[in-house]
Write a protein of this length. Structure first.
Length: 586
């Protein structure tokens, strides 16, 4: 896990070292353990290292005898298996990230098809004067690019382009509406003009500072359900989950996990316990003195039963006001998901003990854990509605102009996911995997952890396990009122104490409560910010900051986050102090 960046000029002249140094400095938090740089033939590459595997010789950039050079962010979990396909004497490191370089030399632009892991990779091939960028199929690791008079630039975080002086930040109105209605932006376009994402699974080939070819690996099987019995599915979970957790624990540094007490994290802890010879470090957050259910007691019982070293963390109202500006700052690609707040605090505490965290992201997508999935799978599904038909701000009297343009990219993703052999449930799952997962859940995990120099790993998104789960019959994913039914059944057998069929109260953060308590003062500060007045009615914004309803609280949260984000990343203000300190600065 690291930070990478690079620049290819159109003219073929070497990039200025000062530009690369500023880009590298902007990514320093992603890799506190080392830095590297390469400049040759009109291309410059930078790397910030977070050392996880091969602590002694794994520095980057890595050079192949042919002259090709690599920078990478991520982990290749099957690197030990892939090394066997090559002459070991040709390897100059013991790093998992050297393997893609040898695969490129052998297989060319399609080298990524054999990789099992999470990755964002840049390879410069001087013999063909070609830059090749690749991102893992689920988009676990981020990768951005931009083009201009300077040529072509790429980086792990979009903000590095501004720090390097390549671009001036300017938002797209369409992106603003996606963020405020969906809480994230969709597809290849970011909220910024002229900054794009390398899509999940995509490989870009760049020559003379221009993209000349694109290839894309699918995250999920293109076929439909594979029929099997309950007994067969349970046996496959036994093997598949253990094997995925095993490769995700490959590390030369201490690791732990985030434990919510829910189905996914409990299943991970159970397998980690089985594979570890020492107590697993498990971190759980709770919200004292609020109306939100506290999962720490249930998580504590699970941790005790499995012998975990359990760390319980409070997230208070003071934490909300104090940490939100810092969270907005690290989210250069904005996600208005309040779950990033406790994730950010947990990451800071975990960083004192470990450098790797396993997390349960992807379980809901692979095994249909959301309410919208149950609605689609219902025999009464003709009553169900299209995904995200109502935006967070819609129908509240907030917007100066109501329309549904923000749905276009999401509807396009649904259309792409609608392959002939897939069931309606699989189409919904694949749509979530195309946008919701990489552009919300995984993005907030990446930024929250990397801000503290911690690597996040997601065993449910291992391509082997994900392929297995996605093809399970719909009847094993959803049964009655239960999503993830087959995983619940598996847990009921292996850890009855976890009560997998008990009513789940859900994980939420009481941001609405906290905002409403200070809404009279807070509302005008948000409502009168220029970026809010452009899209919303001032009096309506002030009103929703004091309304006692779930929808009003969520809308207020999104607008508050957006103003702080805008101050940090567009106005380029340094956010110091708490929320009110930052909002009072003009």
């Amino acid at each position: 896990m690291c930070g990478i960046g690079g620049l290819m000029t159109q003219s073929g002249s070497d990039p200025k070292p000062s530009v690369l140094e500023r880009m590298s400095y902007a990514l320093a938090h992603r890799g506190p353990d080392g830095l590297g740089q390469y400049i040759e033939q009109g291309v410059g590459l930078v790397h910030r290292r977070l050392a996880i595997i091969d602590l002694e010789t794994g520095q980057q950039p890595i050079l192949h005898p042919s002259g090709a050079v690599l920078v990478a962010n991520g982990e290749i979990y099957n690197y030990r298996e892939l090394i066997k396909e090559f002459d070991k004497d040709k390897f100059v490191t013991a790093s998992d990230c050297e393997v893609p370089l040898h695969l490129y030399e052998r297989d060319g632009e399609l080298y990524a098809k054999k990789l099992r892991g999470m990755y964002a990779i840049g390879i410069f091939d001087p013999n063909n004067r070609r830059l090749v960028l690749s991102r893992d199929p689920f988009g676990i690791k981020p990768l951005y690019f931009c083009q201009g008079a300077f040529g072509f630039a790429f980086a792990s975080e979009a903000q590095s382009f501004f720090e390097a002086g390549l671009l001036t930040p300017k938002v797209r109105r369409e992106g603003v509406m996606e963020l405020t209605q969906l809480q994230f932006t969709v597809g290849s376009e970011t909220i910024f003009e002229n900054i794009f994402r390398v899509l999940p699974g995509e490989t870009l080939v760049v020559e003379k500072g221009r993209v000349v070819r694109r290839h894309r690996l699918p995250a999920l099987p293109v076929g439909g359900e594979t029929q099997m019995s309950v007994e067969d599915a349970l046996a496959q979970i036994d093997v598949g989950l253990e094997e995925s957790v095993s490769v995700h624990q490959r590390s030369d540094v201490p690791f732990g996990m985030f434990l919510s007490g829910g189905i996914d994290s409990t299943a991970l802890l159970l397998q980690m316990k089985k594979l570890s010879d020492r107590p697993v470090k498990a971190y759980t957050v709770g919200f004292p003195e609020t109306s939100v259910p506290d999962e720490r007691e249930h998580a504590g019982r699970i941790a005790a039963a499995l012998g975990a070293d359990h760390v319980k963390v409070d997230f208070s109202e003071d934490d909300f006001w104090d940490l939100l500006p810092a969270v907005a700052h690290v989210m250069d690609d904005p996600v208005a998901d309040y779950a990033q707040l406790p994730t950010y605090k947990l990451a800071g505490i975990a960083a004192k003990d470990v450098k790797v965290i396993l997390s349960g992201e992807g379980g809901d997508e692979m095994l249909a854990g959301y309410g919208r999935h149950r609605a689609i799978a219902s025999p009464w599904r003709f009553w169900s509605r299209e995904l995200r038909r109502r935006g967070a701000l819609s129908g509240l009297g907030l917007l100066r102009r109501e329309n549904r343009d923000w749905q276009k990219a999401m509807l396009s993703a649904t259309k792409e996911a609608s392959l002939p052999k897939r069931s309606p449930l699989q189409v919904a799952q694949a749509t979530d995997c195309a946008d919701w997962l990489p552009h919300d859940l995984l993005l907030k995990l990446d930024r929250s952890l990397m801000a503290h120099g911690v690597e996040g790993r997601t065993p449910f998104l291992d391509p082997v396990l994900a392929s297995l789960f996605f093809q399970f019959p719909d009847r094993l994913k959803i049964r009655g009122k239960y999503g993830k039914w087959i995983l619940r059944k598996w847990l009921e057998i292996h850890l009855p104490l976890s009560q997998p069929f008990a009513r789940k109260r859900g994980f939420t953060v009481p941001v609405g409560e906290w905002i409403r308590r200070k809404g009279k003062h807070l509302g005008p500060l948000v409502a009168n910010h220029p970026t809010i007045t452009e899209i919303c009615r001032v009096d309506a914004v002030e009103r929703i900051f004091q309304e006692n309803s779930r929808r009003a609280g969520f809308a207020a949260w999104i607008l508050l986050f957006f103003v702080l984000w805008h101050k940090s990343h567009v106005e380029r203000q340094v956010l110091e102090g708490n929320v009110f300190d930052c909002l009072n600065v003009t």
